[in-house]
Design a binder for this molecule. Structure first.
Ligand SMILES: [Zn+2]
Length: 272
């Protein structure tokens, strides 16, 4: 498929820095890849970043394979763990272990490989949607509408005609909390409204989907916050709060700790 150059949104170095993992994981579709490639063609700094990250990953993979070699020395991965790693590596496309392990510094790999992999096995519920939300937020793709240009209050209206439902973002507020902008997204097969917020430290991303068939049923812990019951899932270093209002499911992805995440959810309840 060919991409019209004019259709390619321009991405910034910061976008690329946030999205480099997803890019190297091959998670971008043709249009997103074209956006990145166009940027790389004119930005030597980002080219260097991508090359460096690519080398780190190759080394990481080599280390994992080495950890799985026959146990000539003490302290190798136990047989059951090795079997799981082997099964993961056999799964050609987007092995989960790589995604979980890749943010770790290479030096920490030997110490942490077992622990990081155990995270995979404790997954009981179906967190596919949550993992998708984290992946998409982490990728940090450019926003399609900026609150700075249309005003925060116009963001919900921007989605009109683009989705089969009317997303109504909760009015989170607080010092340093404001809407940056939005874009269309999806969680698995469900079209999603995605709204990015600036927080006093870092950012958060809110996904809103219409899920009348209740396919979105994450695991994690159940936590009561005010009148709402949240599901809290930790994935790839992000805390995600998921809650449902009738057919609509909200997923708030952030690197806040749980207490701060609950507090943010609470600020929206207070003003509803
Ligand atoms: Zn750049």
């Amino acid at each position: 498929m060919s991409i019209e150059p004019t259709a390619i949104a321009s991405i910034e170095c910061a976008d690329l820095t946030r999205g480099v993992d997803a890019y190297l994981d091959g998670e971008f579709d043709a249009r997103e890849r074209a956006e990145v490639d166009a940027h790389l063609a004119r930005c030597p700094a980002c080219r260097t970043l991508v090359e460096t990250q690519g080398r780190v990953r190759a080394a990481l993979r080599a280390s994992l394979r080495e950890a799985m070699s026959p146990p000539a020395t003490a302290g190798r991965a136990p047989a059951a763990l090795r079997a799981r790693i082997e099964a993961s590596i056999a799964r050609e496309r987007r092995p989960v272990w790589r995604r979980l392990v890749s943010p770790l510094p290479l030096g920490a790999l030997a110490a942490c490989a077992a622990g990081a992999l155990l995270v995979v096995t404790t997954h009981g519920g179906d967190d596919a949607m949550v993992v998708d939300a984290v992946r998409s937020h982490h990728r940090g793709l450019p926003l399609e509408v900026m609150a700075a240009s249309v005003g925060e209050a116009s963001i919900p209206a921007w989605f009109a005609g683009k989705l089969d439902f009317h997303p109504s973002p909760p009015p989170f507020h607080g010092d340093g909390v404001h809407v940056l902008g939005a874009r269309l997204s999806n969680l698995r097969e469900l079209p999603a409204a995605y709204i990015r917020y600036a927080l006093p430290h870092g950012q958060a991303g809110l996904f809103i989907v219409d899920d009348p068939r209740r396919t979105f049923a994450p695991g994690g812990r159940e936590v009561q916050v005010g009148p709402q019951v949240l599901r809290v899932v930790n994935a790839r270093g992000y805390n995600v709060a998921v809650w449902r209002e009738n057919e609509i499911v909200y997923s708030l992805v952030s690197d806040l700790d749980e207490a701060a995440l609950f507090e943010l959810v609470r600020t929206a309840q207070a003003s509803r």
